[in-house]
Design a binder for this molecule. Structure first.
Ligand SMILES: Cc1ncc(COP(=O)(O)O)c(C=O)c1O
Length: 395
């Protein structure tokens, strides 16, 4: 009997802890006694179940082959046209052939990492930043360097220093209502960032799943729309927060050569995103007043955010600070020194409330006093009750 030789071991590339803390926290939402403010789920009442059912019916009835056959890698032409029109209306004038439809914004990040990064390359990110982007760059074998941020987003002087010292190939950032902090990058910094990328030569990935969810103040132009950024900034978008995350549809808007590299990477990854989902989304976007629906979503999130902000002083220990988002779904809190939100989470869950500890959002040394709360998924009464429970857990 020949001896058995084990297969080679698995590759452990991700720089972050294997299982996502957010997913573990999300598992708690299944417990009916826990009010979870941990996940990034859009409000269920905003999902247009009937409208999407009709859109799928239409796709399968009117265009069954378009909906069910293999198709082109860069995405449904009608969907790209509608999305390009929307980007153009919102201040970034692009033709449909600048877009690639992806399986969620998350795949966009993975494709961009494939197209732009070799193992050992340096990526600069905001501190803190979106956890699954850290995982994505970790899987690409990148060295991830975090850059200081404040209430106005990434600190440009700190970034300039990192650029000189570490020569990053790319900067990843979420300028509008960032995940996890809810903060927005100030206009002057958008301009300065584009100038820095132009003079120092690095890529910018501008990840914007929340930009349409502004409920206070005027919209700011994308970094990608700034002078000097057009050939080095990539805008990533998503239907997850404006239509439904289950559709798994996002897009990349990139300069031509990078776009082509993403198309090739996508071919290798999954040939194309689901044709039926793309056809249904195109029908939906082409036949519904998305802005009216978004007005409703913005008003809902505005009220929920306000309710959470009102309740926070009673929920968090004296001396805590927190962000005041102008949109999106999250706010970020910092407890006084000495608190550890990771260690406090089980106590919070015992009191029937959950949040995400801040530590996993840091590429560098984590700040254990921080936490993220989503104000999007619960109604006003649950927010009040959840913050009351948090107050008890934290005393
Ligand atoms: C900043 C950011 N980028 C990307 C994503 C992924 O979005 P999608 O559902 O389109 O893959 C999320 C999801 O929460 C996010 O917060």
């Amino acid at each position: 009997m020949p001896s058995r030789v084990p297969p080679p071991g698995l590759v452990h590339r991700s720089g972050t802890t294997g299982s996502s803390v957010i997913r573990e926290a999300l598992a708690l939402t299944n417990r009916p006694d826990v009010l979870s403010f941990a996940g990034g789920l859009p409000a269920s009442e905003l999902l247009d179940i009937e409208g999407l059912r009709t859109a799928y019916d239409h796709a399968l009835t009117e265009h069954p082959l378009r909906a069910l056959q293999y198709s082109v890698t860069d995405g449904d032409p009608r969907l790209r046209e509608l999305l390009a029109d929307r980007l153009t209306q919102r201040g970034l004038s692009v033709p449909p052939d600048r877009l690639v439809i992806t399986t969620g914004a998350q795949q966009a990040l993975a494709l961009l990492a494939t197209a732009l990064l070799k193992p050992g390359d340096t990526v600069a990110v905001e501190e803190p930043t979106y956890l699954a982007a850290l995982q994505c760059f970790g899987y690409a074998g990148a060295r991830v360097i975090s850059v200081r941020t404040d209430d106005d987003g990434i600190d440009i002087d700190a970034l300039a220093h990192v650029v000189e010292r570490d020569r990053p190939r790319l900067l990843y950032l979420v300028p509008d209502f960032q995940n996890p902090t809810g903060r927005t990058l100030a206009l002057a910094r958008r301009e300065a960032l584009a100038r820095l990328a132009e003079t120092k030569g690095f890529w910018i990935i501008e990840d914007d799943p929340y930009g349409e969810l502004r409920f206070h103040g005027a919209r700011l132009p994308w970094v990608t729309a700034q002078e000097g950024a057009h050939d080095r900034s990539v805008l990533v978008g998503s239907l997850s927060k404006i239509l439904a995350p289950g559709l798994r549809l996002g897009w990349i808007c990139a300069p031509p050569a990078l776009r082509q590299a993403c198309v090739l990477a996508k071919q290798a990854a999954d040939l194309h995103s689901s044709t039926v989902d793309q056809a249904a989304a195109a029908h939906y976007l082409g036949t519904h007043d998305i802005d009216a629906r978004l007005d409703h979503a913005r008003a809902l999130y505005r009220d929920r955010c306000a309710a959470m902000l009102t309740a926070l002083p009673g929920a968090l220990p004296l001396g805590s600070t927190w962000s005041r988002p102008d949109g999106g779904m999250f706010l970020w809190a910092k407890l006084p020194e000495g608190h550890d939100t990771g260690a406090l989470l089980p106590r919070a869950v015992d009191h029937g409330v959950a949040y995400v500890p801040g530590a996993p959002f840091f590429a560098g040394p984590p700040d254990p006093t921080t936490l993220r709360l989503s104000f999007a998924s619960h109604g006003l009464q649950d927010i009040e009750e959840g913050m009351r429970r948090l107050g008890k857990a934290f005393t």
